[in-house]
Ligand binder design. Structure first.
Ligand SMILES: Cc1cc2nc3c(=O)[nH]c(=O)nc-3n(C[C@H](O)[C@H](O)[C@H](O)COP(=O)(O)OP(=O)(O)OC[C@H]3O[C@@H](n4cnc5c(N)ncnc54)[C@H](O)[C@@H]3O)c2cc1C
Length: 382
């Protein structure tokens, strides 16, 4: 079997375009958006114009339909600039996964017409105040009523929720059945009974929106149910299997951004009459960062390749391994970058402290690093 690590000409051209976009449109404004915590609509709109607003949308509906390797390559580039800004298209993609994987043609048309042609945003709504890691324990209920379901419950920590027009929502038909009683529904913001609650004030990714989604007797026609009754948990897990390499690539982006800040600083900062890059202690930190970034990039590339060539369920193990490893090294590298910048690393004039704050979420959302290890161990032990 042929094994290659080179991007093709189209991918390289895309990488150059997105890298330039990140340098020109994301890096200059990242500090502003972090400080003000404003939602970065102008940059989000520019990402949509560039075609990277929802990169897994099918071509048929005006999407880019990138394969997973290409998509993750783009994610790495934009996240190198700012995770808080880049998370909006990532959340659009995660929310779209159930539709891509299990949606009907009618559902795809309804969902992606809004997202690709009308600039809409989407949210993936699984987490609740009482159930995060333990997805089988969600309480948002879907009660059958003829051709409709009536949804009630509160989702929390939902990325994009305040600004989204479409929601992919996991609910339970029968909580006593745990994961076997769950169902995915697609909702429109304008439907009666949908409202937005509290928005979180966060440590990192501060300009991104993380809000409660409140469902109060929301009437949903059965044509908006994704898959069969009882398929919800499986669809949620499949979506996570597909999206974890995005987060691994995002982590490599954050890690690379922090590494470059530290490397450039080490070359120009003088202590004891020499650039600090001359000290072996600093060199070894930079060398470790470079090794870890390279290893994490290879992991997301293999996980994304597996997704492109196999079924998401078969790619599950590498998807979890890549997410866990990349998130952990991103946190470590961002922390070490702050260390290399010394006191300046702790101050907001330099981007290292923001990168460290942003990196933390990578170990928490889309399954914490503990949950990834549980998945990996279960797959190992059968
Ligand atoms: C900024 C942000 C954005 C988010 N975006 C979204 C979104 O768009 N959509 C969405 O649905 N959710 C989203 N989330 C929610 C996120 O996925 C959850 O926070 C995460 O899954 C963890 O759930 P929890 O917070 O309830 O923690 P808990 O599940 O309560 O876990 C608390 C701690 O216990 C550990 N733990 C739990 N169970 C075990 C176990 N069995 N073994 C060992 N350790 C365990 C965890 O690893 C963690 O360290 C977001 C969260 C944040 C902060």
């Amino acid at each position: 079997m042929a094994l290659g690590f080179d991007y093709n000409e189209d991918q390289l051209a895309l990488q150059r375009t997105v890298r330039k976009f990140t340098e020109n449109e994301i890096v200059p404004v990242r500090q502003y958006y972090d400080e003000t915590e404003e939602f970065p609509w102008p940059v989000v709109k520019k990402m949509q114009e560039l075609g990277i607003g929802c990169m897994n949308a099918p071509e048929k509906y005006n999407g880019m339909a990138f394969d997973n390797v290409t998509l993750c390559m783009v994610v790495e580039e934009i996240c190198k600039g700012c995770l808080g800004i880049a998370i909006t298209p990532l959340a659009n993609m995660l929310a779209s996964e159930p539709v891509v994987y299990a949606g009907t043609e009618e559902q795809k048309e309804w969902w992606f017409t809004g997202i690709c042609n009308e600039g809409q945003l989407a949210s993936y709504a699984v987490t609740e105040p009482g159930a995060g890691s333990d997805v089988a324990n969600i309480s948002t209920s879907a009660k059958k009523d003829g051709d409709y379901y009536i949804l009630n419950g509160t989702k929390c920590f939902i990325t994009n929720a305040r600004y989204a027009s479409k929601y992919a929502v996991l609910a339970t038909l029968d909580k006593s059945k745990k994961h076997r009683g769950q169902c995915f529904f697609l909702l429109d913001r304008d439907w009666e009974g949908i409202s937005i609650g509290k928005s979180e004030k966060k440590m990192g990714m501060r300009c991104s929106d993380t809000s409660e989604l409140i469902l109060d007797n929301v009437k949903v026609h059965k044509k908006y149910r994704v898959g069969e009754e009882g398929d919800g948990f499986k669809i949620a897990m499949t979506a996570f299997n597909s999206s974890r390499p995005f987060i691994a690539a995002a982590s490599v982006g954050v890690a690379t951004g922090a590494f470059e800040v530290a490397r450039d600083y080490a070359k120009q900062r003088v202590a004891f009459g020499r650039p600090i890059a001359d000290f072996q202690a600093i060199q070894f930190m930079l060398a470790d960062m470079a090794m870890e970034i390279e290893a994490a990039r290879l992991l997301w590339q293999k996980a994304a390749w597996q997704l492109d060539n196999k079924h998401p369920l078969e790619a599950a193990q590498l998807s979890a391994i890549s997410k866990c490893y990349a998130a952990d090294i991103a946190m470590k590298i961002a922390t070490d970058a702050v260390q290399i910048l010394g006191g300046y690393g702790f101050c907001r004039d330099y981007p290292a402290e923001k990168m460290m704050r942003d990196a933390k979420i990578l170990q928490i959302f889309e399954g914490t690093s503990q949950i990834q290890r549980i998945i990996i161990a279960r797959n190992l032990l059968g």
